[in-house]
Design a protein around this ligand. Structure first.
Ligand code: ADP
Ligand code: MG
Length: 578
């Protein structure tokens, strides 16, 4: 149970606030973002490591900011990925000019959002890298190690990366050691009881009395196999044997070892387990370097524990052993670390004003149409909110209507409030959309709007050719980041026929408004035709069979939106002629 809270929806923000009040000697809040950078901000010429994911895992992630460990942390709601916009803001605030490494556990939502943030940071000239951690051996077989989830081993990989950055390695070096650490980190855990979200009265899963579940997750996922209770000695054997089975051939025996508690398992119990773990590891010839027993990656009040091993070479041993001083983890004397000057950044606000000043009249005129298109998109989504939710409930999670509605409201409000050229307006609307909508489609739509804005920019007029290039840029961004293929039953199955039809007609000299209207009809038909497909990606995948006979919600909303935008373009072109 979570006993201390006000409104459940305020929980994350209150956690961040209370933490910042206690530990302002380590962290400072990033303005307008759910995250922190180290006290004093980034250091000039030093690579910054930014970690993050959903809330509910303290001391991951906020508890590990400080000298020798990470530089920034970004937090989503409990167990939910932060939005790409939030990751971007924290990544930008953490950048000291020498590169940023974004690090997170391997979950679909985190990969999408951190991936999109990486693109944006790179587009701004920040050398940004992404490293996702895949330590949970229960979640996929060794030949599919890249599909494994990130659990407590994330702590080991982040510590090594943070230490490398503080010792002055360049961004290639920091990325390299983190990837090496990840490839050498293996975790296996056991759950005794599920956790309960703030404001809820039932846990996310229940372990029957007298049972334990091996292969725990850290987001309220139940274990992968259930067994009768085992004494500590046998439990330790099970964990140690499973992890040692994956010992790499070249490991010389040195290892960083963590016995991690998930939140409701007492330190005393963890020590009992560690007694056996340590004996078994010694018998197997493992030399444990500065082991840690305690709560490092939790899952609210879940009862359970896990064993993580990072096999060390000289470089990794030095980084794991290096000093660190953070709210939740201290080791050695950090005054020995190299010092870097504080980094001064121009605020985002200044750049924003630059953009407004430099917008040409032609681009400002196009911005008027862009605002009208966003408004039309908002109208049609809000009119169809319930229907989109119902379609998504057949095989997905039923949130497509509410998510898109949150997104379009924010996008419209922001577009209306944004002065400047068409590029700035679409970029701002896309950011607001992604930030507020949540869900896969929210992130992808935000990305597409932003990419269209970047493509159009703030200086040139919008010709039909440039409009097509922008629409293509949006569609390509969705495909690149979402990694879905045509036929996977997603919004792409409506969007690509739309783009193809639009391009074909413009090539033949059809006007933009006319071509758009025809292409929109193609999109609507293609969306309906997705009913025959089986979902192969996204949340509907596990229920793929059930999705047959119902069109894809993202494709349906795509058809609706491009149709209504076509109405705006038709009116705008009449006005142009008149
Ligand atoms: P969530 O799936 O997170 O609940 P929504 O319900 O808002 O988000 O959106 C679901 C829609 O997102 C799907 O109907 C599909 O069109 C789209 N979608 C999901 N995954 C992808 C992907 N990888 N690429 C493109 N579109 C996707
Ligand atoms: Mg959904």
């Amino acid at each position: 149970m979570t006993h201390i809270y006000d409104k459940p929806e305020d929980f994350k923000e209150q956690v961040l606030d209370g933490f910042a009040r206690a530990y302002s000697r380590y962290v400072e809040r990033v303005p307008h973002a759910a995250g922190f950078v180290r006290r004093g901000g980034p250091r000039a010429g030093k690579v910054s490591v930014v970690v993050g994911g959903g809330s509910g895992h303290f001391p991951s992630y906020s508890g590990t900011l400080g000298p020798g460990f990470v530089d920034g942390a970004v937090l989503g709601d409990v167990f939910a990925s932060p939005s790409a916009e939030q990751v971007y803001r924290v990544g930008r605030a953490a950048s000291g000019g020498a590169g940023v490494v974004l690090a997170y556990g391997n979950y679909a939502g985190d990969r999408l959002n951190f991936g999109a943030a990486q693109e944006r940071l790179q587009a701004e000239g920040i050398d940004c890298r992404n490293v996702y951690v895949t330590d949970d051996i229960a979640s996929a077989v060794p030949s599919e190690a890249d599909k494994r989830r990130g659990i407590a081993g994330t702590f080991l990989v982040y510590k090594v990366g943070g230490a490398a950055a503080d010792q002055g390695l360049d961004v290639d070096g920091v990325e390299r050691v983190m990837r090496k650490a990840n490839a050498n980190t293996f975790s296996y855990g056991v759950a005794f009881a599920g956790c309960t979200m703030p404001g809820k009265h039932e846990p996310l899963f229940v372990v029957p009395p007298g049972q334990m579940e091996f292969g725990l997750g850290i987001h309220g996922e139940p274990g992968i196999s259930s067994e009768s209770w085992l004494p500590a000695a046998t439990l330790a054997e099970r964990l140690v044997h499973a992890v040692l089975a994956e010992r790499p051939a070249d490991a010389d025996g040195r290892a960083a070892v963590i016995v991690n508690g998930l939140g409701a398992t007492k330190y005393e119990e963890l020590f009992v387990l560690n007694g056996w773990v340590d004996r078994l590891l010694r018998e197997a010839g493992v030399v444990s370097v500065l082991p840690e027993v305690g709560e490092l990656v939790t899952s609210l009040d879940m009862a359970g524990c896990s064993l993580s091993i990072l096999w060390l070479d000289d470089e990794l041993e030095a980084l794991w052993s290096a000093p660190a001083d953070t709210a939740a983890f201290r080791r050695g004397e950090t005054s020995a670390l190299p010092t870097f000057e504080q980094h001064r950044t121009d605020s985002a606000e200044t750049e924003h004003h630059e953009a407004i000043r430099s917008a040409t009249p032609a681009s400002r005129a196009a911005a008027v149409t862009a605002r009208a298109c966003i408004g039309a998109m908002a109208d049609v989504v809000l009119e169809n909110e319930d229907r989109l939710g119902e379609i998504d409930a057949v095989a997905g999670d039923g949130d497509h209507g509410t998510g898109m509605a949150r997104g379009v409201r924010a996008a419209r409000e922001t577009a209306d409030a944004t002065d400047g050229g068409v590029g700035s307006v679409l970029r701002a609307a896309g950011d607001a959309f992604a930030d507020k909508a949540g869900g896969t489609s929210g992130m992808l739509w935000g990305l597409a709007l932003g990419s269209m804005g970047d493509s159009l920019g703030d200086s040139e007029a919008v010709t039909p050719e440039r409009a097509l290039v922008a629409v293509r840029a949006g569609a390509d961004a969705i495909k690149r980041v979402g990694k879905a293929e045509l036929g996977d039953k997603t919004m792409l199955d409506a969007l690509f026929p739309f783009v193809d039809s639009l391009g074909g007609q413009l090539d033949q000299g059809v006007s933009l408004a006319e071509a758009w209207a025809t292409a929109a009809a193609v999109a609507v038909e293609a969306a309906e035709a997705t009913a025959a497909l089986k979902a192969r990606v996204g949340r509907a995948r596990p229920l793929a069979e059930r999705s047959i006979g119902t069109p894809d919600p993202g494709a349906v909303s795509m058809g609706l939106i491009v149709t209504r935008v076509g109405d705006v373009l038709a009116t705008a072109s009449c006005a142009d002629r008149g």
